[in-house]
Design a binder for this molecule. Structure first.
Ligand SMILES: [Mn+2]
Length: 267
């Protein structure tokens, strides 16, 4: 998927970590007038960025990606866009499908996608309903996007820098891993994207500054780590995105799968 540059008049929105909750996602889109009551795109030229983790925890990840695939077409027809980025749970879904119980040698001992998938509340019904179209879509998901001066991605980690100089290079490199027939290669991607909170604290602020210098942006927008979770705040108290690191980073995962709202943030 090409990176999209917004026109001056197009509203831009971001959402993350839908985790198998299609009804909540659709209702949230409707409240922002991006879809109608039947779930059809009404956002016109608006740009919607979905920052990954469509699967697991909730019961219907397949319905989430079916909705995204349809909205991508409808938004494009209307002159808008829906960009779906890769989350670690999409890597997990692919790994479970492709390698299942296969034993994988890692620095921390033997592992398998099945064990991690099970621990992360993978849904057997999602795996059973994966079609070739879903698999093709999943293994082509970009890992990052640039919109204006925002860098959008799933995980709050600096490792994206090691995959390329710009989003195009990063997405190409991640794509090679995603389509790999090596369980170890796909495991490495899963493992990297599962880390978190690397932009937090004084060192994190410096990391964010370096990251933005590397990719040429003013702000990182991420999901993956639930707002307030590290402070022990219940997700149900989340009402808005959290800006931190001196405004260089915006966290938008309000913890839908932990009782929080499905937050759609206007950028
Ligand atoms: Mn995640």
């Amino acid at each position: 998927m090409p990176e999209s540059e917004p026109s001056a008049t197009s509203a831009r929105f971001a959402v993350s970590d839908i985790h198998g909750h299609p009804d909540e996602f659709r209702s949230a889109l409707q409240r922002k007038h991006l879809v109608d009551a039947s779930g059809r795109w009404t956002g016109g030229t608006a740009q919607l960025y979905c920052l990954g983790d469509y699967f697991d925890r909730g019961t219907d990840g397949i319905a989430v990606i079916d909705l995204l695939i349809r909205l991508q077409q409808e938004a494009a027809d209307a002159g808008g866009s829906v960009t779906a980025l890769l989350g670690n749970h999409e890597v997990l879904a692919l790994g479970m499908h492709r390698f299942g119980r296969q034993r994988i040698a890692t620095a921390h001992g033997p592992r398998s996608f099945e064990t991690s998938w099970s621990r992360n509340q993978g849904q057997a019904s999602d795996q059973a309903r994966l079609t070739d179209q879903h698999l093709d879509w999943l293994q082509r998901l970009p890992a990052m996007a640039k919109s204006g001066s925002d860098i959008l991605l799933h995980s709050d980690i600096s490792g994206y820098q090691e995959w390329g100089r710009d989003p195009h290079q990063v997405n190409a490199q991640v794509g090679v891993c995603l389509r790999s027939t090596s369980a170890e290669t796909l495991w490495g991607l899963w493992s990297d994207l599962t880390r978190r909170r690397q932009f937090r604290g004084p060192a994190g602020s410096r990391t964010a500054k370096g990251f933005l210098a590397h990719f040429g942006g003013d702000r990182i927008v991420h999901g993956h780590s639930v707002i307030g979770e590290a402070d022990g705040r219940p997700a149900m108290q989340n009402t808005k995105a959290e800006s931190y690191a001196g405004g260089r980073v915006l966290a938008i995962d309000a913890g839908l799968s932990a009782g929080g709202p499905c937050l759609i943030v206007e950028l």
